[in-house]
Ligand binder design. Structure first.
Ligand SMILES: Nc1ncnc2c1ncn2[C@@H]1O[C@H](COP(=O)(O)OP(=O)(O)OP(=O)(O)O)[C@@H](O)[C@H]1O
Ligand SMILES: [Mg+2]
Length: 1041
């Protein structure tokens, strides 16, 4: 259900259209009616809606007040949105052109036209600002942007002036290319200027001024600058500035503008003051006065001016003076200087001023172009050019301007029709021919070769004989007199004659009729400048300045025609957008809608024609997706979403809405609607639907919102609970920890349980990370007091495990060694033990086949020999040394001399073995005395004592019976008699019977450092390995963990 308030809102939305009009003229029901057109303009103007479309053409009304529609927010609003989705705006046009350039890679141009004061220059500045602010930028780009923006105040200072119609009227046409790089950043620019109104330099109508720059220089110029230029701070002093009688205007602040211009000049890159020299010279030239009789030759009365001029222009004073008072004529092939009378001299002077200023302006534009130059860019062109001009008295300038507009109109019609036709074709809709006025006939009338008005004018200027403006008019009557768009006083009917002068011809332009007065046509076309003045300029050029380049490229009108042709070429190669400016009144007043004036402009801008072309077929067209998106709520089948093809959706929708077949057509991507009323009916239905839909949607929305809030609340609750739980747990842990720390030295109890567990855990974890990796690594983390015992156990286990692993991987040969037995017996006890460590034990030192006598072998029979070694035996009494062999058998040790078995010692009767602790090879085998077969203990010496004794100990199983003695060994000689061996160490091995009857053995003291550190290390390592063997023998086998 709808409330009353909603009904009122809805109604106001429906009537809004009546109040503010339509934002696109194509939506006017009665599109051929000028009254309806102007009414729509009026409605919108009243609401400060200054912009309205005709399709893609923007019509702009000058508000004559600052509207809040050019802010950065506005720029953002128009950036990247569809042209039609937002209200009409100059930014929409700018953005549309920019996007087409970026996406379609096609150069664009924006054509701005309208009467003087209609807001063309303002519009072009708005476009430029839009790009400067919204386009991407870099540092380099910033300087270019600055220069682009600053070119405006400079050009305006030199090319704009106060006129009756506009306080800042552009007195030249301007086409400006803005160049963009591939990233879309503005990177350069190029300006072409057209037809500067030079006559303003020497003469201004009442209430008008000369170009701004003169006043700015005089009002704003610094003291010493003015002194240097010889200028006074008073515009009234200068003939060229007093003609219009209004040197000061309230709306213009020359002094401020001067500062802006100076700054802009320096940003663009003008550094020298040459430009100002020329501006000052023009003022001085204006003050040059002549004296003399009316008919006699003129002479110059103002010497100071000549002095300043000569200096500022860099020319010779006398030459200048002569040039200003004489003209050069060529008679019979000879050059003669013919004096001028006062009037002629004055016009020669003015001609020079105009020429100088005109060329300076062109030079300025070139200089700006140099500073903006960039290559290989996409381009958006901006054309700010005078609109149709019709005055009481129209002359050569109006003729050119109106011709220019005629050409632009031709271009417009051609391009609009072409693009319309192309669109229809692309959409597959049959093109219905449009009736329009083709103004080619008028363009031809003006520009056709040999037969056109311009050709005739040139011919008159160039032909020998007395040509004058009147002969020109007659020639026109002769040549184009029959043309439907041409009339003169003579050719006109009685009624028309009344409103035409005899010196006028009339052109019937597409926009209306204009009478042109032929007075001055020839002179202006000649761009008159006496020859010797040209020479002064030539001289000047050679001498100093680059500004005044002189070149003749035809007569003025032909030059203009050619430059226009070039402009058309430029525009044709681009995709155009149009801005048509209208001024609401002549008084520059805000809010005043002068209907007569506006109707006049609507006519001259050809807006009705625009509209007719645009409305020829269909009033409205939109892409399917846009159309469906907007209106889908009006049909149950398309609401809320249409899943099928867009065209089917739109077709379903419009059928549901009751569109009749003649009211619309479906193209390939767009729907075309013929009448605005069909669209309005749909819009109104949408308005109604919006409100009902709005209500139900609102209720639905509220419900959804409440549900969402509920879900959110629950979920937040759950998250908070989880968080609180975690926090609680964390606090508990910390608390337990602190308590545990306090009780850590107490026996395990509930208070320290957690802490101790943690300490154990962290020790074990630390251990796990830092277990020793090799058997030689003795590092081990310090355990906490509670774990000392366990740590020790673990350390052993770990070591055993590593050892076991080490041994598993050890060389098999080593495993069969009896080294560990040797180690157990001799390590740290006998000096030459270390020497034996690196040497492998061998199975035997004597070969059974080559070293042992065969006879003995026979005697031994099958008994297996376990080890054999050469030894030295010392007699028990005389200690005589004899070479013997020691053989170890299964049950006995045998001492052999050659083939003879000398002595056999049963292992059972072997009581023990004695050796010294020194590094000698002596050893004594002690034998039991009961055995009668024995002759007593045996004293032997052997090179491989450690090896030999180890073998003996193993074979006889006498590991524990080896005695290592310090100093001396006692032994049984026989039947209770005792012998003694004394051991000492010395530098030389010596074994001999001493005087006391003892056997004295001097053994070599073992030098530990025998082979240097390396061998010591090696010993150490081997000893360690020995140890390991021992351990591995005793250790239980652990698995690798
Ligand atoms: N959009 C606007 N908003 C506010 N004021 C504007 C706007 N457009 C124009 N004006 C006012 O109108 C004056 C004249 O505008 P502008 O100089 O652009 O006219 P023009 O069409 O270039 O005229 P001319 O052909 O003489 O150069 C401006 O100085 C400004 O005061
Ligand atoms: Mg302008």
């Amino acid at each position: 259900k709808m409330s009353k308030k909603q009904y009122i809102m809805m109604e106001s939305a429906l009537t809004a259209r009546d109040r503010v009009g339509v934002q696109d003229f194509v939506l006017l029901e009665n599109y051929t009616s000028e009254v309806a057109f102007i009414e729509n303009l009026r409605k919108r103007f009243k609401e400060n809606l200054i912009y309205t479309y005709i399709g893609s053409v923007l019509v702009s009304m000058n508000p004559y007040k600052d509207l809040e529609i050019y802010t950065k927010q506005h720029m953002e609003r128009y950036r990247g949105v569809n042209f039609y989705e937002v209200s009409p705006h100059i930014y929409a046009v700018a953005d549309n052109a920019y996007r087409s350039m970026r996406t379609e890679r096609r150069d664009q141009c924006i054509l701005i036209s309208g009467e003087s004061g209609a807001g063309k220059t303002e519009a072009s500045k708005k476009v430029l600002q839009y790009y400067a602010i919204t386009c991407p930028a870099s540092e380099h780009v910033q300087t270019v942007k600055d220069r682009l923006l600053q070119s405006n105040p400079v050009l305006e200072a030199f090319g704009n002036a106060k006129t009756l119609r506009n306080d800042n009227s552009s007195r030249f046409g301007k086409y400006m290319d803005i160049q963009f790089d591939f990233k879309g950043a503005p990177v350069g620019g190029h300006i072409i200027n057209y037809l500067l109104e030079k006559s303003r330099v020497v003469h201004q109508s009442h209430g008008e001024r000369n170009f701004h720059i003169f006043y700015q220089l005089i009002e704003g110029g610094e003291e010493d600058l003015l002194r240097r230029l010889g200028l006074e701070k008073n515009p009234q002093q200068y003939q060229y500035l007093v003609k219009g009688n209004c040197p000061k205007v309230s709306s213009i602040n020359d002094r401020n503008d001067w500062k802006i211009v100076r700054k802009a000049l320096s940003i663009i890159g003008f550094t020298d003051d040459e430009l100002l020299n020329i501006i000052a010279s023009v003022l001085h030239l204006g003050n040059v006065q002549y004296g003399g009789e009316d008919s006699g030759s003129a002479y110059i009365t103002t010497e100071t001016q000549i002095k300043y001029l000569a200096r500022l222009l860099g020319v010779d004073g006398t030459v200048l003076k002569e040039a200003l008072t004489h003209k050069k004529i060529i008679a019979k092939g000879e050059e003669l200087m013919s004096p001028l009378n006062q009037e002629q001299a004055a016009s020669a002077r003015d001609a020079l001023s105009k020429a100088i200023y005109g060329r300076t302006f062109t030079w300025l534009v070139n200089k700006i172009n140099d500073s903006l130059a960039f290559k290989n860019a996409s381009v958006i062109g901006l054309l700010d050019i005078y609109g149709f001009e019709v005055f009481q008295n129209n002359s050569f300038e109006q003729f050119c301007i109106n011709y220019c507009n005629e050409k632009l109109q031709q271009l417009f019609i051609e391009l609009t029709l072409k693009s319309e036709q192309e669109e229809y074709e692309a959409e597959g809709i049959t093109w219905e021919p449009v009736q329009y006025f083709n103004n080619k006939i008028i363009c031809d009338l003006v520009e056709e070769k040999f037969k056109g008005i311009i050709s005739i004018l040139d011919e008159e200027c160039l032909r020998p004989g007395d040509a004058s403006d009147i002969t020109f008019l007659e020639k026109l009557e002769d040549t184009v007199g029959g043309h439907a768009h041409f009339l003169t006083h003579k050719l006109a009917d009685g009624k028309t004659r009344k409103v035409m002068g005899r010196e006028e011809f009339r052109l019937i332009h597409y926009a209306g009729e204009v009478n042109y007065n032929v007075n001055g046509f020839l002179d202006k076309n000649n761009d008159l400048l006496f020859r010797n003045l040209k020479e002064v300029r030539e001289q000047k050029k050679q001498k100093k300045t680059k500004i005044c380049k002189y070149n003749i490229s035809g007569l003025k009108s032909t030059q203009f025609k050619n430059s226009l042709a070039k402009l058309m070429e430029i525009l044709m190669s681009k995709e155009p957008s149009y801005v048509r400016c209208i001024k609401p009144n002549d008084a520059k007043q805000a809010g005043r809608f002068d209907e007569v004036l506006i109707r006049h402009q609507v006519k001259y801008l050809g807006l009705m024609e625009n509209l007719r072309v645009r409305r020829a077929g269909f009033a409205y067209r939109r892409r399917y997706e846009t159309f469906l998106q907007r209106y889908k709520s009006l049909c149950p089948d398309t609401w809320p979403n249409w899943d099928g093809r867009l065209v089917d959706g739109v077709s379903t929708l419009v059928k549901h809405l009751g569109y009749k077949p003649e009211e619309y057509k479906l193209g390939r991507t767009k729907i075309f609607i013929r009448f605005p009323k069909t669209l309005f009916a749909t819009e109104d239905a949408l308005e109604v639907r919006k409100h009902s839909l709005g209500y139900s949607q609102k209720t639905k929305y509220r419900k959804m919102r409440q549900s969402a809030i509920k879900i959110q609340a629950w979920w937040r609750g759950i998250l908070a609970c989880r968080k609180a739980k975690r926090r609680r747990e964390a606090a508990n842990t910390i608390r337990r920890f602190i308590k545990g720390f306090i009780y850590r030295h107490q026996p395990r109890c509930p208070e320290n349980e957690y802490f101790l567990d943690y300490v154990r855990y962290s020790f074990l974890m630390k251990l796990h990370r830092s277990l020793p990796k090799t058997v030689l690594d003795k590092s081990w983390p310090t355990p906490p007091p509670a774990l000392v015992e366990a740590s020790e156990q673990l350390r052993k286990l770990c070591m055993q495990n590593m050892v076991w692993k080490y041994c598993k991987n050890i060389n098999p040969e080593w495993k069969h060694q009896q080294k560990m037995v040797a180690s157990e017996i001799f390590k740290d006890k006998k000096d030459n033990y270390p020497q034996s460590v690196p040497k492998l034990f061998v199975d035997t030192r004597l070969s059974e086949f080559s070293d042992i006598n065969p006879k003995l072998q026979q005697a031994l029979g099958n008994e297996k020999m376990k080890y054999a070694v050469p030894v030295t035996k010392y007699d028990r009494n005389g200690y005589k040394a004899r070479n013997r062999q020691l053989l170890l058998m299964a049950n006995s040790a045998i001492i052999v001399e050659e083939g003879k078995l000398k002595q056999c010692i049963d292992y059972s009767s072997l009581k023990g073995i004695s050796v010294s602790s020194l590094s000698d090879g002596m050893f004594v085998l002690h034998v039991t005395c009961e055995d009668n077969k024995q002759k007593g203990d045996v004293v032997l010496q052997c090179e491989h004592v450690i090896e030999t004794l180890t073998k003996v100990a193993i074979c006889a199983d006498k590991m524990n019976s080896i005695n290592i003695n310090q100093g001396s060994i006692k032994f049984n000689v026989a039947q209770g008699k005792e012998g003694i061996i004394d051991f000492t160490s010395g530098s030389e091995l010596l074994i001999a019977k001493a005087k006391n009857g003892h056997l004295s053995v001097v053994s070599i003291a073992v030098e530990i450092n025998l082979n240097g550190c390396l061998s010591r290390l090696f010993f150490f390592f081997l000893t360690e390995i020995m140890n390991l063997f021992l351990i591995s023998q005793t250790a239980p086998r652990l698995n690798s963990r």
